[in-house]
Design a binder for this molecule. Structure first.
Ligand code: 4EZ
Length: 230
């Protein structure tokens, strides 16, 4: 049986999935709880990493190497950068970058690490499945670059800087970790995020108001992807 790993950053981002599956076992590794269950003909492993790129890298590595995930899917919320994104909209990442990597002192482009890539592509097969699921559910998916970094973006100036430098449509704090770890370990992955705020001066208020609802939207979409993978 194949294994699908599903990762969120915050407990709120995976709670709707645990509520959906109802029965699961808990295994604790490295400060994370991994919830295992089965769905249709798949083993499912669900975990939240805690916020930020380092935590997400550990959780993703554990799901890959300990649980031997065949696919990895991230679910959660994000700040919208594109003007056509509003709260509740769903973004499917085409690729991920780290906006907070800067070794430009040595002539490298912002976000670039030698022997790695500025933008890491998500898996085209999983993305096609997500796009099919969206059409069936009549959901308008935004497909574009997601930028990750270890800050909650709540300033119009910083927001514009990320748009200008990285051409990203959404910002969050974990996606690039999933991209780096999964791609290096050759595990197909995709990143789904529902918008909770617009990464502007009101982002904190908006995030607090819409975290739970947007997390539910993202999780519901993950279930429809699982149904489409069959
Ligand atoms: C990080 N996540 C936010 C964690 C916020 C508060 C205690 C998603 C996110 C985000 N990240 C939603 N909106 C964002 C924004 N404007 N900037 C960065 O993945 C924790």
């Amino acid at each position: 049986m194949k294994t699908i790993g599903i990762i969120g950053a915050m407990r709120e981002e995976i709670t709707p999935l645990l509520d959906f599956f109802k029965k699961y076992e808990e295994i604790k590794i490295g400060g994370n709880s991994f919830y295992t269950t089965t769905y249709k003909n798949y083993n499912i492993v669900i975990a939240y990493s805690k916020i930020g790129k380092i935590h997400a890298a550990l959780t993703c590595s554990t799901i890959a190497l300990h649980f031997h995930a065949d696919y990895i899917i991230f679910t959660g919320v994000a700040g919208g950068l594109s003007s056509d994104l509003k709260v509740g909209d769903i973004v499917l990442a085409s690729s991920l970058c780290q906006y907070d990597v800067d070794i430009s002192a040595f002539g490298h482009p912002l976000g670039f690490i030698p022997e790695s890539k500025l933008y890491i592509d998500t898996d085209s097969n999983l993305n096609e499945i997500a796009k099919k699921a969206a059409i069936k559910q009549n959901i308008k998916l935004k497909y574009g670059i997601i930028a990750s970094g270890d800050s909650f973006i709540s300033s119009a100036t910083k927001k514009q800087w990320i748009i200008d430098k990285f051409n990203a449509c959404a910002v969050e704090m974990e996606g690039a970790s999933i991209a780096v770890v999964s791609s290096l370990l050759n595990i197909p992955f995709c990143i789904i995020r529902a918008i909770s705020d617009s990464a502007d001066d009101n982002a904190d208020i908006s995030f607090d108001e819409f975290l739970v609802d947007s997390a539910k939207r993202s999780a519901a979409f993950i279930i429809s992807i699982l149904d489409e993978i069959q």
